[in-house]
Design a protein around this ligand. Structure first.
Ligand code: PEP
Ligand code: MG
Length: 754
């Protein structure tokens, strides 16, 4: 191996390769020159580049030393031969006697039988294998560790070339390259709508353009300085505001890695092969990502994710590029792609330019999902590995309703989705025409359609959706978006603005935190079963200071008007009594201090915990109204976690037990003459809403996008007729497990649009 600065040194080679890449020649000519350069520099008789195709085969794209005629003809499966082995394991392989390796497979057309020593490295990008780079020697030589590293560095340059799409020009039809192949990915449906656009990575990958180092000593110093700055930044965050909980844990993990000797050693070793500090970080990150993709243990995956985040931070530190996509530089048809994202970050982007959102780690009930739905951004969550599978600017389609993502779609796929988007727009237009009509069934029952909200932006959708009142205002969103507890004045200001902007009435739900709704600044406690743990009203009653200041803010905001407040997750009537006592105390306090109080105060309870189903008479004697939170009620009735994909869809909300429980609530409320609403997600789906109306529900609260479809269904149905049918079905001792079928049949027979 030549010394580093002599002709034939890695540095010289990398520079030559860079030059070759910039030359205005065809892609094939460029690849041909590259393999010649590598072979000459590494004193190898053979250098070959294999590229992974969409069909999973590795195709010989260029060679120096093997038969040229074999180029674009020789292919092998992943796992086949030494090249296939490297591709599958995403790890280098160095052998002095290739033929004796059990995986060796002979391809006669290449004429490689005369070569003994073999060194191959995977061409990796974002942890994905794009191809394999190989050098071979006639002599039985042993490749030095340094040579392996040099070849890995060169592979980075090739990865750049493959991912850029440059090789498309020399791809034969039917032999598309894997890196640029169209992908149809499945995730979970988070926010309805179809969006076509181009990828904008929320955390843009740093494009390392300067791979070759001029001065290795200088690069080592740059690395040390950046690590130091990054460490200091993390320490500062940890010491700063005493931030607790999840956030702290992540930072602690970062600190651990930032001090991890193995990681730092690998970075330094990479630099010593003659690359820049940023190229070294990218290479080490690539290896970690490849490991991540093969890792199934959730704990280790999490740690490797942390390591990846840290490498990103370091890259940004080294290059001075900003860590997140500048919301100000968003193109017109952006589809944001992120591993995960906080709700506040999403709000910073210009909604008008957003066509969609794809998330790797977040599912339908995450906080960012709630905001995405509020903004009406088509969103798919839980899409494995998406950030590594796309490039900035790639064409992409998001179908939020179906939970599908199409990356680099073929023209026919694209036109099918365009058609779907057009149909949807046409349907929206039809709903729009219903906007100012009341939702009255064929037999003359008026159904009150209300809106669910949680942000001020939601309130602006009311006019568009044609609703006058808010049936559920989730007050915790303000808390989730803040970096510390919102002060009483801030709460008051939001509630007042919401009340002022709403033509009808607003039903505020008091703080529903805990469970999955975590406030980063609030002390958290490890709980075995958070959904059954310390949350919502339970926190409110145990920490009355928090609930009282919220009640005070609400009572002040509702001064001189009707104010409606309801409490979440009540399990016992006594809890409602305790909450009412707090309200009375706050009212007395305000009156004593000369504040104007609401002209009418209505206090309600959410029916979310099944134990309330057997306390309805006592509850209805005390409460001014009740509202069914079907998301939680169904989760607890069926003991199926609403956020767990494996169980959430196991039980149908239109099953007999759920509908019987809902009928019992409706009957009890009617008997007591107390108003009843339902505000869970089921109320926003036309078939489910139709069933609810059949059971006697006359007020349903839903997301604004659901109002049109639900209104159309309500206007097409006969409440009395369906009610009779449903009651008969539910009275049977052999009721079908799900009543979805009979309900659909009814809708079809009557022409109810669903
Ligand atoms: C519910 O549980 O149905 C509900 C409306 O509350 P959330 O979804 O906020 O828990
Ligand atoms: Mg709930």
């Amino acid at each position: 191996m030549p010394t580093r600065n002599a002709p034939g040194s890695p540095r010289l080679l990398l520079r030559r390769l860079r030059e070759a890449m910039a030359e205005p020649v065809s892609a094939q000519a460029r690849l041909d020159r590259i393999v010649v350069q590598i072979a000459a520099n590494m004193v190898a008789e053979v250098c070959s580049v294999y590229v992974l195709r969409a069909d999973g085969r590795l195709e010989l794209f260029a060679t120096e030393g093997l038969n040229r005629e074999a180029v674009h003809l020789t292919t092998m499966r992943a796992g086949e031969g030494l090249v296939g082995l490297i591709a599958r394991n995403a790890e280098p392989l160095a052998l002095s006697e290739a033929q004796s390796h059990p995986s060796f497979s002979y391809k006669p057309e290449t004429g490689e039988e005369i070569y003994n020593a073999f060194l191959g490295v995977p061409i990796l990008r974002g942890g994905n294998t794009l191809g394999v780079l190989v050098v071979q020697n006639r002599a039985h030589r042993v490749y030095a560790e340094e040579e392996v590293e040099v070849l890995e560095t060169i592979a980075m340059l090739l990865a750049e070339m493959i991912a850029s799409g440059e090789l498309q020009a020399i791809v034969r039809p039917g032999a598309e390259i894997a890196a640029r192949r169209p992908l149809a990915l499945k995730g979970s449906a988070v926010s309805e709508g179809v969006g076509l656009g181009h990828v904008v990575l929320h955390q843009p990958r740093v494009v390392v353009t300067q791979i070759v180092a001029e001065d290795t000593g200088k690069e080592l110093r740059r690395l040390e300085e950046s690590i130091e700055a990054m460490r200091a930044g993390i320490d500062q965050l940890l010491d700063g505001d005493g931030s607790a909980g999840d956030h702290r844990e992540v930072l602690e993990t970062y600190r651990m890695f930032a001090n991890d000797r193995g990681w730092l050693r690998r970075l330094r070793e990479a630099i010593s092969t003659g690359v820049t500090a940023e190229a070294a970080v990218e290479r080490v990150q690539n290896d970690a990502r490849a490991r991540l993709q093969r890792q199934t243990d959730p704990y280790l995956r999490e740690r490797l994710h942390d390591l990846d985040d840290l490498a990103n931070r370091l890259l940004h530190q080294l290059t001075g590029q900003s860590l997140v996509a500048g919301p100000e530089t968003l193109p017109d048809n952006a589809v944001l792609v992120a591993r995960s994202m906080g709700p506040a970050a999403l709000l910073e982007y210009d909604r008008k330019r957003l066509r969609g959102l794809v998330l790797e780690d977040a599912g339908g009930s995450s906080h960012v999902a709630i905001v995405a739905r509020s903004l009406g951004v088509p969103t798919v969550g839980d899409v494995d590995n998406i950030t590594s599978l796309v490039e900035q600017g790639d064409a992409i389609i998001v179908d939020g309703g179906a939970g599908e993502v199409q990356v680099r779609p073929q023209p026919d796929v694209e036109s099918a989705y365009r058609e779907k988007a057009r149909l949807r727009a046409r349907r929206q237009e039809q709903y729009h025409q219903l906007r100012d009509k009341p939702a009255v069934t064929r037999d003359g029952q008026t159904i009150d359609l209300l809106m669910n909200a949680g942000l001020l932006v939601d309130v602006h959708h009311m006019g568009e959706a044609g609703v006058a009142s808010i049936g559920l205002f989730r007050t915790e969103l303000q808390f989730m978006l803040a970096s510390q507890f919102p002060r009483l004045e801030q709460q008051y200001a939001l509630y007042k603005q919401v009340i002022d902007a709403t033509p009808g009435c607003v039903t505020f739900r008091t703080l529903d935190i805990g469970g999955d709704k975590i406030l980063p600044y609030m002390q958290t406690y490890e709980e075995e079963n958070p959904a059954l743990g310390w949350r919502a009203i339970r926190i409110g009653l145990d920490r009355p200071g928090l609930l009282r200041s919220q009640l005070r803010a609400l009572l002040r905001a509702g001064a001189g008007r009707e104010l409606r407040v309801m409490f979440p997750m009540v399990a016992m009537v006594s809890e409602f009594d305790a909450a009412r006592a707090l309200v009375a105390r706050e009212l007395a306090h305000l009156t004593r201090h000369g504040y104007e109080t609401p002209s009418l105060l209505k206090l309600g309870v959410m029916i979310e915990v099944p134990s309330l189903l057997w306390q309805l008479d006592e509850l209805l004697a005390r409460a001014d109204f009740i509202s069914v939170g079907s998301n939680d009620l169904v989760q607890y009735l069926t003991a199926a976690d609403r956020d767990n994909r494996r169980v959430a869809n196991r039980f149908d909300v239109l099953s007999a037990p759920v509908l019987r429980a809902l009928a019992h609530v409706a009957d009890s409320a009617a008997r007591a003459g107390k108003p009843l609403t339902l505000c869970g997600e089921m109320g926003g789906r036309p078939l489910e809403a139709m069933a609810l109306v059949g059971l006697g529900y006359r007020a349903i609260s839903m997301s604004p996008a659901s109002v049109g479809p639900v209104k159309a269904a309500v206007m097409g149905m006969d409440a009395g007729e369906l009610g009779g049918l449903l009651r008969d079905l539910l009275a049977k001792t052999d009721a079908a497990p799900s009543l979805r079928g009979p309900l659909k049949a009814y809708a079809d027979a009557k022409g109810v649009p669903l």
